[in-house]
Design a protein around this ligand. Sequence first.
Ligand SMILES: [Zn+2]
Length: 57
Amino acid sequence: MKVFRCGDVVPGCERDFLGADRDDILRQVAAHAVLDHGLPTVDPDLVRQVEENIRDV
Ligand SMILES: [Zn+2]
C-alpha cells in the first residue's frame, strides 16, 4: 500500500490517503483538492508534488 499525507503539500490539512498504487492515490487526491481545497483543476505541478510525497506503507 501507499500513503500520501495532504499536509506535506498543503500545510494544516490533516487528510491522509491510502491507496493500492500511485493512480489510486492521485484519483483520491484529485477529488479532495477540488472539493476541499477549491482548486479549479488538478494541474501537472500538483500531480508532481503529490508523487514526490507518496510513501510506501
Ligand atoms: Zn488536503
